[in-house]
Design a protein around this ligand. Structure first.
Ligand code: NAD
Length: 280
């Protein structure tokens, strides 16, 4: 079965929209963009569109690629103390001369919508908070949607990035799965993947996952976003793997819309947490 990420995401967006209508003050997301990455421009546009759709204010702050790191940090400090801004994201990647970790750590954890700061990330992992990076959250939601039992399942996560692979593997571990992380230095990827009940690829390499790597009836989640012959595709050879998987996500229309739905969910979590803190 094909997992329809778009319609599952729409359910989340609809319920968020209803919730936002009851707020006296609207949440506001500030997006910091540095440079002219084509993909980033598309992602930021999509985030702005969905914020508008559900009634969240959206402000974009754009810097040229040769900007000094200090200027970005100065802006983030201003956004941290601005009461009208309830959530902040810095669109990745950043130019090479900028230290990504320094920039992320300058975001107040109270406004860090991506849960990338070490404070929010460690709370997620060690305290099992409900506030995780958006893509891993969206993926866990999709897996739960299939009804497959995560507890005691064999999960293989291909990719170990800080925004997808690593947090996802830890989230699955917190749900009592047995998790293996594979990456660019992994030897014999096929051998490792074949035992997976749940196989997730977050690499960015078209047709990396072929049918001989997939156990019959496995759940396959494709996070990759690639272009092959001018067409958008994931990491998985969808045509062949979909014949043996029990559930599979398409690209587009799988994980992508879930990432944005969980961005909205995270904006609301921050908003409600901050309201609670201000009231107490
Ligand atoms: P990244 O480049 O930071 O990480 C890629 C990972 O893949 C690395 O950990 C690397 O070790 C691993 N890798 C590279 N080649 C490999 C190989 N041959 N075998 C096994 N592992 C290999 O990327 P990222 O930011 O994690 O994103 C991964 C993909 O997911 C990209 O295509 C990106 O566009 C996409 N993405 C999609 C969404 C979404 O919402 N759908 C969100 C984030 C990222």
């Amino acid at each position: 079965m094909i997992i329809d990420g778009k319609s599952i995401a729409n359910e989340i967006l609809e319920s968020s929209k209803i919730k936002i209508k009851s707020f006296k003050v609207l949440p506001c997301l500030a997006a910091v963009v540095v440079g002219d990455y084509e993909a980033s421009a598309i992602y930021v546009r999509n985030k702005a569109r969905v914020c508008q759709q559900v009634g969240i204010e959206f402000l974009k702050y754009k810097f040229p690629s040769n900007i000094q790191q200090k200027k970005i940090i100065d802006l983030i400090k201003k956004l941290n103390s601005d009461k009208n801004i309830t959530a902040i994201l810095v669109q990745l990647p950043l130019p090479r001369h900028i230290d990504k970790r320094t920039i992320i750590e300058s975001i107040s954890p109270l406004k860090d919508v991506d849960a990338f700061t070490s404070e929010n990330f460690s709370k997620a992992v060690l305290k099992n908070s409900n506030f995780w990076p958006c893509t891993p959250s969206g993926i866990i939601h999709l897996i739960k949607y299939t009804g497959i039992k995560i507890e005691s399942s064999n999960c293989i996560v291909i990719g170990r990035s800080e925004i997808v692979g690593k947090p996802l593997a830890l989230a699955l571990l917190n749900l009592d799965a047995s998790v293996t992380i594979c990456h660019s230095k992994t030897i014999n990827l096929t051998q490792r993947c074949i035992g997976a009940d749940i196989l997730i690829s977050a690499v960015g390499n078209p047709k990396l996952v072929t049918e001989n790597m997939v156990k019959p009836k496995a759940v396959v989640i494709d996070v990759g976003i690639n272009y092959l012959d001018g067409k958008l595709c994931g990491d998985v050879d969808f045509e062949k793997v979909s014949k043996i998987a029990s559930y599979i996500t398409p690209v587009p229309g799988g994980v992508g819309p879930m990432t944005i739905a969980f961005l909205i969910k995270n904006i609301l979590t921050l908003y409600e947490n901050n309201l609670r803190t201000n009231e107490s």
